[in-house]
Design a protein around this ligand. Structure first.
Ligand code: BG6
Length: 313
């Protein structure tokens, strides 16, 4: 029998939109839509979906796809003058056939490189030239790695500043069974309380109502523990100091036309981000921001997950 090989294929997705499908030999896979440069599926070796995409997601420009990993650029949320979360998530990206090389240490061969450049229309709302290169990679063990490289290509001397997030919708069995570790005792802005500044108490974070917080200067490793599934998502990040945690809960869920009324129970957004201190690039400068996700079985010790293993293992 011929040896299975990792594959990278361009396919037609929902509503005829182009998508790229990455597959690894052990069975894991990733789908990326060119619309938004958005990952919409990440499956483990058993074919289980690890990301949440709403059953009501539209897959129709100009609306951003509700779920997966939308890219928030050049503005996160309403922290600026642009539309909520910026425009990168509702632009058509292209496949980048000739990206500048990565360091040799990033050795996985199952990846796709995408690129976004401004259109003349974009220039009217954000008058800057840039090249945004996104590499979406699937590791041999099924890890999902996103690397963004953003370069200021303004031909005059103008710098630009931006905020950024990988708006990651994780699929969970039941939000009441989920706990987040790695953000305890940190400072955060609460979007539900007029962006007021608070400090988290010592306990791991659990979910009993709507949450919309921006944790500041967080550790580079966050664990999202799904007790019912006995699964832990480990999120590692680099170049992205902040982390957003969002669940709309019942009232806001009902107010979103592209989100099911009960779907808040089955998702949690945890987003590697740079929000508090915008990134500033001078012409010719490049910024790099990386998010890696792994899904591992939770290990229990007398009913308790061993946080040491997850966070420091
Ligand atoms: C989160 C924000 O990241 O995204 C929330 O913190 C926002 O405030 C949510 O409601 C969803 O945003 P949108 O624009 O995709 O509906």
């Amino acid at each position: 029998m011929a040896e299975a090989k990792p594959t990278v294929e361009l396919r037609k997705g929902i509503n005829g939109l182009d998508k790229v499908v990455l597959r690894e030999v052990k069975g894991s896979s990733v789908e990326v839509y060119l619309y938004g440069g958005q990952v919409t599926s990440w499956k483990n070796n058993h074919g289980e979906e690890l990301l949440f995409v709403s059953s009501k997601a539209l897959f129709k420009p100009p609306k951003a796809i509700r779920g997966g990993i939308p890219i928030c650029f050049p503005q996160f949320g309403t922290h600026g003058t642009l539309e909520q979360h910026g425009f990168a998530r509702n632009r058509n990206w292209s496949i980048d056939d000739n990206p500048p090389p990565f360091p040799a240490s990033t050795s996985t061969k199952t990846f796709v490189d995408l690129i976004l450049k401004p259109s003349e229309e974009d220039f009217k709302t954000w008058p800057h030239s840039y090249e945004f290169r996104l590499r979406v990679a699937l590791g041999p063990g099924g890890d999902l790695m996103l690397t963004s490289r953003i370069r200021n290509t303004n031909s005059d001397a103008r710098p630009f500043s931006f905020t950024f997030a990988y708006h990651t919708y994780l699929s969970v069995s039941d939000i009441s069974e989920v706990r987040v570790e790695g953000l305890e005792t940190l400072d955060y802005f609460d979007n539900l309380k007029g962006k007021e500044h608070f400090t988290e108490q010592g306990d791991a974070i659990i979910f009993e109502s709507e949450v919309d917080k921006i944790y500041l200067s967080t550790p580079n490793k966050i664990a999202i523990i799904d007790h019912e599934k006995k699964r832990t998502f480990v999120l590692r990040k680099d170049g992205l100091p902040d982390a957003v945690v969002w669940n709309p809960w019942d009232k806001k869920a009902k107010a979103m036309p592209d989100f099911g009324d009960e779907e808040f129970k089955y998702m949690l957004c945890v987003e590697a981000a740079a929000i508090q201190k915008p990134i500033t690039l001078r012409p010719g400068e490049e910024w790099k921001g990386r998010q890696e996700l792994a899904a591992v079985p939770s290990s229990y010790c007398s009913g308790q997950l061993d946080p040491e293993k997850v966070l420091h293992g």
